[in-house]
Design a protein around this ligand. Structure first.
Ligand code: GLN
Length: 260
C-alpha cells in the first residue's frame, strides 16, 4: 500500500513536470513564431554626420531618417546599435545585427560577406589637409608624409592599396572625429574621408581643414544585411527605399541635412 502510494506520487510528479515543461515550450515557441513582432537590430556609426550622429541623446541624420522611414513603410520594428564602423560588418557576421546602415560604400570585397540594398547615395573619397597646407595638392605630394585613416573603411583600404606607389605612412583611427583632429592639430599631414562627410564637417564645425584635388574614387552607399540569410528583409528594404523615392520623402530627408 505504502509502495503503491509512492509510485503514484512519483508518476503524478513526472506528469506534472512534463506538463510544465511542455507548457513552457509552447509559450516560447509562440513568441518566436511571430505573435510578437521581430525587432531588427540596426548597426550605425554615430560619428558620421550628416548620415548618422547624436544630438541631445537622440540619433539623427540621413541614414537614421531613411531607415526609420523604410521600417515604417514596410511595417517592421528596429533598434539602433551604435558602434565603431570597423565593428559593424563583424557584428553582422556574428548575428548581433540584422541590418547595417552607416554611410557604407558598396564594394566587391564586402559583397563576399553581405548583401547590399539598391544604392541610396553617391559618395567617394577626398584627400584632406589642414587649411594652411599649401604643399600637398595631390597624392603625388604624399611621399614621406603621414596620412590618417579610419579602420575598416574604404579610405583605409584605398590608403593601403596605394601606399607603395606614393610612399606615405598610415596612421589608423577608430572614428572620423579622431582622424580629423589628428590632421587639424598637425600630427598627421593628410586624411582620406568620404566627400559629403568631410564637406559637412568643414561647413558645420571649426575644423581648419580643406579638401584638395579631384575626388579619388566614386562609390555608392548601400544598406547591408548578412549575405544569403535575409532575402526577405532585403526585399522590404529595397521596396521601402523605392516608395520613399516615389513619394518624395527621400528628397525631403536629403534636403533636410544637405544644404544646396
Ligand atoms: N563609406 C566609407 C566606407 O564604407 C566610410 C563609412 C564610415 O566611415 N562610416 O568604408
Amino acid at each position: 500500500m505504502k509502495k503503491f502510494g509512492f509510485i503514484t506520487m512519483l508518476l503524478a510528479l513526472m506528469l506534472f513536470m512534463a506538463a510544465c515543461g511542455s507548457d513552457e515550450d509552447t509559450s516560447s515557441g509562440d513568441g518566436e513564431s511571430g505573435s510578437e513582432e521581430e525587432v531588427y537590430q540596426v548597426g550605425i556609426d554615430t560619428t558620421y554626420p550628416p548620415f548618422e550622429y547624436e544630438v541631445d541623446g537622440e540619433y539623427t541624420g540621413i541614414d537614421i531618417d531613411l531607415i526609420n522611414a523604410i521600417a515604417e513603410d514596410q511595417g517592421f520594428e528596429i533598434e539602433f546599435n551604435p558602434m565603431d564602423f570597423g565593428g559593424i560588418i563583424p557584428a553582422l557576421q556574428a548575428g548581433q545585427l540584422d541590418i547595417a546602415i552607416a554611410g557604407m560604400s558598396i564594394t566587391d570585397e564586402r559583397k563576399e560577406v553581405v548583401d547590399f540594398s539598391d544604392p541610396y547615395f553617391d559618395a567617394g573619397l577626398s584627400l584632406v589637409v589642414s587649411s594652411d597646407n599649401e604643399e600637398i595638392t595631390s597624392l603625388e605630394d604624399l611621399e614621406g608624409k603621414t596620412i590618417a585613416v579610419k579602420s575598416g573603411t574604404t579610405g583605409a583600404q584605398f590608403a593601403r592599396d596605394n601606399q607603395e606607389e606614393y610612399g606615405y605612412e598610415i596612421a589608423q583611427f577608430e572614428d572620423s572625429p579622431a582622424m580629423f583632429q589628428e590632421v587639424s592639430n598637425g600630427n598627421a599631414d593628410a586624411l582620406m574621408e568620404d566627400y559629403p562627410v568631410i564637406a559637412y564637417a568643414i561647413a558645420e564645425s571649426e575644423l581648419e581643414l580643406k579638401t584638395v584635388g579631384d575626388r579619388l574614387t566614386g562609390d555608392q552607399y548601400g544598406i547591408a544585411v548578412l549575405k544569403g540569410e535575409n532575402a526577405e528583409l532585403l526585399e522590404k528594404i529595397n521596396a521601402g527605399l523605392q516608395s520613399l523615392r516615389d513619394s518624395g520623402e527621400y528628397d525631403e530627408i536629403l534636403n533636410k541635412y544637405i544644404a544646396e
